[in-house]
Design a protein around this ligand. Structure first.
Ligand code: G6P
Ligand code: ZN
Length: 543
């Protein structure tokens, strides 16, 4: 075994996006592409001697190969120890959990989250810091800077590590410990939630369907929901991780989890439906004929949090991303705690969680989580709902409707225009930004504009500033239209339009969401001229 120094030249486009570097598998398969990025991570970390890292991914195509390469590079960079999930598998929340529990210095997550997998699909890599959360921009930018100048990488020429056997082996001077990917995570969940009450619920015949979407959360859901909580076998469907996710698009929303939604709409619907995404950090909550909007889910969890043992002491604060609906703000106001508004991207929650300023966080993009780790956590949200259902004896629908009756309903929808010509999208956003100054005070489609800006966030902990985080047009009644370009797409640009309208009157809580938002949809088109600029007549996905 020797450590080699291999000459390389930089690849363009290795700047991490909202959630690490995501590209087509074919791009990652170019000789040196993965190695350059990993070298840039190690150059950013500096001296790694004595350090412990965690490594794992969602099991998609190229996962195993990437794990072996990264292990050989970690050894060459004098890392003392790497904890790697058996089979190279660790969900994103499990990586965060393992980093924190074992006091590791950081970790590498291999995933492109909900993006399709397989040889023609996507792959991704991101670095998490010692608090278990995604690296802040300061670090991702430093990694990017190194990718521009990297001219060599170091790698051991050792053979592959056996990833399928639990235990410790040696690679150069580095220890590789293959761990059970589920154990630490399951133990944490058992401390946060009332497993006895949930077990009792299942023993009374409560029926649930969890769709693992052939991605990483299957083994976790099986071990916890069917194993520890006693739900009948078959409760978890699509529970085996597959390299191509069985050809599915593992993004838990009513469009991609159509099978689950159809089941919950049917005559023989179980009591509760849920799904998670490729790497296990997203969640979708479904009642009978009701897909709970992620923004509502955050607000409902917040309003009822003290029913779960891990949150009995109450919440210090709530944080949501800017485009997420303001439903959580109303709960925070009622609880007398602050609600923080951050840019899109889980990394922006890290400082608030570390400082103890927020306990719960959530995003409209089907992400919910808390200070138990530093990633969003799909199964955690599902277990939280199970805990609420067990503690109250109510159904999903009852919890949602009672919440609206108490706090009012924030009608909410997101319209995505995927794989749009990037230049047209940039020009559209540029033109929109140019109009913002003149909008306040204007009447638009029955609304009066109160505020129009491009969201700027100043982190209250370290005072770092993030600019250009999305155009928001806020009306005098709190209704909003938000437009931004996705930071996670891999093809052209994805335009996201977020629409929100508040309705206090319970008599009007049963409207069709798209109909309720129609005037705001028209305002978005009027201001952006999206149809003319992109040639698109319809959104590709509506959630
Ligand atoms: C990932 C990130 C989230 C983000 C979502 C959508 O899941 O972890 O924090 O909300 O992507 O991001 P995008 O930039 O595509 O709207
Ligand atoms: Zn994900």
């Amino acid at each position: 075994m020797t450590i080699q120094t291999i000459a390389t030249t930089p690849f363009a486009g290795q700047r991490p996006g909202t959630s690490g570097l995501r590209k087509k598998v074919t791009e990652f398969q170019q000789p040196g592409y993965l190695e350059n990025f990993v070298e840039a991570i190690f150059l950013t970390l500096g001296d790694c001697s004595g350090r412990t890292l965690v490594l794992g991914g969602d099991g998609r195509f190229f996962n195993r190969e990437a794990v072996q390469t990264i292990l050989r590079m970690a050894a060459a960079h004098k890392v003392a120890k790497v904890l790697v999930g058996r089979g190279g598998i660790l969900s994103t929340p499990a990586v965060s959990c393992v980093i924190r529990k074992h006091g590791a210095n950081g970790g590498i997550v291999l995933s492109a989250s909900h993006n399709p997998g397989g040889p023609d699909g996507d792959f991704g890599i991101k670095y998490n810091i010692e608090n278990g959360g995604p690296a802040p921009e300061k670090i991702t930018e430093a990694i990017f800077a190194h990718t521009l100048t990297v001219n060599a990488y170091r790698i051991s020429d050792a053979g592959p590590v056996d990833l399928d056997r639990i235990g410790t082996t040696q690679l150069e001077d580095m220890q590789v410990e293959v761990i059970d990917p589920v154990a630490d995570y399951a133990e944490l969940m058992e401390r946060l939630f009332d497993f006895d009450a949930i077990r009792a619920l299942f023993s009374k015949g409560f029926r649930m369907r969890f769709d693992g979407m052939s991605a990483v959360s299957g083994p976790y859901a099986k071990a916890i929901i069917e194993g520890m909580l006693g739900a009948p076998a078959g409760t978890v469907i699509n529970g085996e991780p597959r390299e191509d996710f069985g050809g599915h698009h593992p993004d838990p929303n009513p469009v991609n989890a159509a099978e689950l939604v159809a089941l919950m709409d049917g005559a023989d619907a179980p009591d509760f439906g849920a799904a998670s995404d490729g790497d296990g950090d997203r969640n979708m909550i479904v009642g009978r004929r009701l897909a709970v909007s992620p923004s509502d889910s955050l607000a409902i969890i917040a309003a009822n949090a003290t029913l779960a043992p891990g949150y009995r002491a109450g919440l210090t604060g709530i944080a949501r991303s800017m485009p997420t609906s303001q439903a959580a703000d109303r709960v925070a106001a009622a609880l007398g705690i602050p609600c923080y508004e951050t840019p899109t991207g889980w990394k922006y929650f890290g400082n608030l969680l570390d400082a103890g300023m927020a306990t719960l966080c959530g995003e409209e993009s089907y992400g919910t989580g808390s200070d138990h780790i530093r990633e969003k956590d799909g199964l955690w949200a599902v277990l939280f709902w199970l805990n609420l259902l067990a503690a109250t004896g109510k159904s999903v629908n009852q919890l949602v409707e009672e919440h609206w009756a108490r706090f009012g309903r924030n009608y909410y929808s997101r319209h995505d225009y995927e794989a749009v010509d990037a230049e047209a999208a940039d020009q559209m956003m540029g033109a929109l930004r140019g109009k913002l100054a003149e909008l306040p005070g204007q009447d638009l489609g029955g609304y009066t504009v109160q505020l129009a800006d491009d969201f700027v966030y100043t982190d209250p902990v370290d005072n770092s500033v993030a600019t250009r985080q999305g155009v928001r047009i806020v009306m005098t009644d709190g209704s909003r239209v938000v437009l931004r370009l996705s930071g996670t797409g891999t093809e052209g640009a994805t335009v996201r339009i977020y629409l929100e309208r508040y309705e206090a009157d319970p008599a009007r809580h049963g409207l069709d969401t798209q109909a309720a938002l129609a005037p705001l949809i028209a305002i978005a088109e009027q201001l952006s001229a999206l149809k003319a600029r992109t040639g698109r007549q319809q959104p590709s996905v509506v959630t």
